[in-house]
Design a protein around this ligand. Sequence first.
Ligand code: ZN
Length: 113
Amino acid sequence: MEADEDRPDCPSWCLTTAEEHAEDDPGTWLHEGPRFGLLRTWWLEGATNAFTATVEDAEEGVELAADDLRQLATDALDAAIWLDRQARTSPAEHGVSVVELVRRAHERSTRSA
Ligand SMILES: [Zn+2]
């Protein structure tokens, strides 16, 4: 069965609601990943496939004491590790088992023969 191109194939961790995805540009999905303290993580799926993090919106800036900064450093490291791990897995194959990938490859080769 072909994937519906009007709907994103969200990874299990995606926090973006269907309503929010409906406002994405076709073929480009912005999936929100887990939060790490003040940091929010994102996967921009599309031509520019990118995993990034942003700091929580704060209209007047965020005032951080030493303890807050240490927490931010810990959270930033966790976020970086998460981003690296997600980026290493092939986006097109999120949630697809190896057995399924082999089956698809076989299907393609027999269909074109
Ligand atoms: Zn999503």
